[in-house]
Design a binder for this molecule. Structure first.
Ligand SMILES: [Ca+2]
Length: 169
């Protein structure tokens, strides 16, 4: 076992040396125990097949909501707390940070209510762990994080950003 690990480290070092000489081999810390912040303390609801799942926090954490139909105004839709099984009084408008599309269709997320503004298109079985990946104004670092206000499972508007079928960003 130790010999196998040692070979793995050597190989990792050789690969690292070929690309970026200063990197530390990842294999060396493989046995490190999990810490509180990476074992799902804040983990939210699982996104089951057939649903579009919107999460308040990045990495599919925190308050969330699951959908099977379109919603044109997040000001009128509240987050759910899946840890308590209760709907909150906190509305979803301009508050989403990650999304999973487990439906069998393309879905669209909109910057503005009424299916307006910039559009993120997501293929079937795709996900985005951080909507901040989608920058529309680099100068002022404005992104799609905390900006989505509606979604559609049926519309075909032009995409400003795309996540392909089965792609996980
Ligand atoms: Ca918005």
């Amino acid at each position: 076992m130790i010999a196998v690990l040692a070979i793995g480290v050597v190989l990792a070092m050789a690969q690292a040396a070929a690309a970026t000489p200063a990197t530390t081999p990842v294999a060396a810390s493989a046995a490190t125990a999990s810490t509180a912040d990476d074992v799902g303390v804040l983990a939210s609801v699982t996104c089951t097949n057939g649903r579009l799942c919107i999460y308040k926090d990045t990495n599919f954490n925190g308050l969330a909501r699951r959908f099977t139909v379109s919603e044109n105004d997040y000001r009128t839709v509240n987050w759910w707390n899946f840890a308590t099984g209760q709907e909150t009084s906190d509305n979803m408008d301009n508050d989403a940070s990650s999304v999973i599309n487990k439906t069998s269709t393309w879905i669209r997320l909109y910057q503005d209510v009424g299916y307006n503004g910039r559009v993120i298109c997501m293929g079937p079985q795709s996900s985005v762990h951080r909507l901040g990946l989608f920058t529309f104004d680099p100068l002022f670092n404005r992104t799609m994080d905390n900006r989505v206000s509606a979604h559609s499972l049926t519309r075909t508007d032009t995409c400003d950003f795309r996540v392909e079928r089965n792609q996980n960003l």
